[in-house]
Design a protein around this ligand. Structure first.
Ligand code: Q9C
Ligand code: ZN
Length: 532
């Protein structure tokens, strides 16, 4: 939708129900669906776009599912039959306690304000009064400190609930992360809070068209608006999006100016799919891109954005496509273009002056985990980043490649996220801005965010386990990216050769062993390794 106008749904209209969509990335809760989900992650198979419709039809025609009462898991939003007390997908208890811990747990106002029915009785100023960030931490700056960016008003952005399935990009994501970090003892005394701020419309136009900014602003006049099928807005979305952007801008500026060492922007709506003229993929304004612009205007000459959200950050890539001052690096599930949003092939390297300043590592299938992510960091990302030598680094940190995520279908653990952060931390001497993007399993995202924050606070996860070996699928993607990027960057000849050897050996093994692309290419179990 590049018309710059969001579609509206008035009132609690039934037209909304008719137009309803299954949240497509979530597989149906029957065994058949899970097998399908598994199959579609297999190498060479068609991805979600194609399967979805089939899945959807099968599922809807299943009369039992349709008439049985169901509940949605708080943790992973999968639907469950009424007679089950634990989620069949993630094991979470029906009465999950995940939102009853930590920082936001005891406060009922965000909950109340987030409930459309109850909120009718609240005036705007009442909402604003109660949702303004409480002064639990004195805002302060200190050249050695880690700052958190957060504002409760970002919880007001939520989908008007008329759908058959809850939207994965929900306010509870930030509640769970904030609660998890405070329960882990990572706040008090360790972090400081940066005061949140709304980005100005002029700042938003650093990366967005005037009509895009206006289209997002206009959504505040309506109870429900849509950009495409799955990017919703309510009366508070434009405010939330301005707060998310402004908070990222201020954190980045403080880092470049040396007022704080690093920062974690716990923001929503997410940003990396937002194009200069289009909101999409749950994203309204491109927070990471705006932070990059802020770094440049604070004096940085070279900025890197590294995007480990499971989806390709098509918005960020487009915004900086022809810009050599911003290096965009992304690892994502790509599936030959069949995984959302479909962009991010290794051959996309940037255009004009920006040629060579986009680096894409496209996983050919799901199920990718720590080993492959770290292999990519060691063999392509770190060599390129060392040569680029950024003055500022932004991590577009979605946690939807995490194990248990309902959309990503990948396997990254908190330890994997910690090691990736550590490699960048060492290179940047701690100067990092981490910006939350996607991530939809509450337990996975709060554990992952805690692991990343610990590294920002200076706690090293130690050495990368030497037993971590890439899988065939990972090796395939990384060597493809290496070959393409070696036109622009020095990639060690030995590691290129080594990768090619590993690859041809793995190819043989791949064909012999049931074509499973997710088996490790080598490792302690290989015959040629001596025992003991
Ligand atoms: N219509 C983020 O993680 N899926 N966005 C659509 C095909 C949209 C994900 C499925 C996924 C968007 C920030
Ligand atoms: Zn994502």
């Amino acid at each position: 939708m590049d018309s710059g106008v969001a579609s509206r749904i008035s009132g609690h209209g039934m037209d909304c129900v008719k137009e309803d969509l299954e949240i497509e990335d979530v597989s149906p809760p029957n065994a058949e669906g899970k097998d399908l989900e598994d199959t579609k992650q297999t190498y060479g198979h068609e991805g979600e776009w194609m399967d979805e419709e089939e899945d959807g039809k099968d599922w809807k025609s299943d009369v039992n599912v349709e008439i049985m009462a169901e509940w949605f898991c708080t943790n992973c939003i999968d639907s469950n039959p009424d007679d089950e007390s634990c989620c069949g997908q993630c094991g979470e208890h029906r009465n999950s306690g995940i939102l009853e811990q930590g920082y936001l747990a005891s406060r009922d106002l965000p909950e109340k304000a987030n409930d459309m029915e109850q909120r009718k009785d609240m005036s705007d100023s009442e909402i604003k009064l109660h949702l303004t960030f409480p002064p639990l931490w004195t805002p302060q700056t200190d050249a050695a400190s880690t700052a958190i960016g957060f504002d409760e008003r970002m919880l007001l952005h939520s989908e008007v609930q008329t759908k058959s399935h809850p939207h994965p990009e929900r306010p509870d994501r930030l509640r769970a992360i904030m609660g998890g970090l405070s329960a882990a003892g990572l706040f008090s005394g360790l972090c400081c809070m940066i005061p949140s701020r709304e980005a100005t419309l002029a700042e938003l136009e650093w990366v967005h068209s005037h009509s895009h900014v206006e289209a997002v602003e206009a959504t505040s006049l309506h109870e429900a608006s849509y950009f495409g099928r799955d990017t919703y807005a309510n009366n508070y979305s434009a405010l939330a999006a301005r707060l998310a952007a402004g908070t990222c801008i201020d954190l980045m500026t403080a880092i470049v100016k040396g007022q704080i060492l690093n920062g974690f922007a716990l923001v929503r709506p997410p940003g990396h799919h937002a194009l200069s003229a289009t909101a999409m993929g749950f994203c309204l304004h491109n927070n990471a891109a705006l932070a990059a612009k802020a770094a440049l205007s604070a004096g940085a000459k070279k900025v890197m954005i590294i995007d480990w959200d499971v989806h390709h950050g098509n918005g960020t890539q487009e915004i900086f496509d022809s810009d050599s001052s911003v290096l965009y690096v992304s690892l994502h599930r790509h599936q030959a273009g069949f995984f959302y949003p479909g962009t991010g092939a290794a051959s996309e390297v940037g255009i004009k002056d920006g040629e060579g300043f986009s680096v894409n590592i496209p996983w050919p299938c799901g199920g990718i985990g720590d080993e492959d992510y770290l292999f990519a960091f060691q063999n392509v990302i770190m060599p390129i980043v060392e040569q680029f030598a950024p003055d500022a680094t932004i991590i577009s940190a979605g946690f939807d490649a995490a194990k248990g995520d309902p959309l990503g279908g990948c396997q990254v653990t908190p330890s994997g996220y910690a090691h990736m952060t550590q490699l960048l931390y060492s290179l940047m001497k701690g100067k990092l801005l981490v910006v939350l993007e996607g991530g939809y399993n509450l337990r996975s995202i709060s554990a992952s965010a805690a692991a990343v924050l610990k590294v920002l606070l200076g706690v090293s996860p130690g050495e990368i386990p030497p037993s971590w070996q890439p899988t065939f699928a990972g090796l395939l993607a990384v060597s493809e990216a290496c070959v393409i990027q070696s036109r622009y960057w020095k990639i060690d000849r030995m590691s290129l050769l080594n990768m090619q050897m590993l690859l041809s050996a793995a190819e043989t093994k791949f064909k012999e062993n049931k074509n499973d692309p997710r088996q490790p290419v080598s490792g302690p179990q290989a015959e040629d390794q001596p025992q003991g």
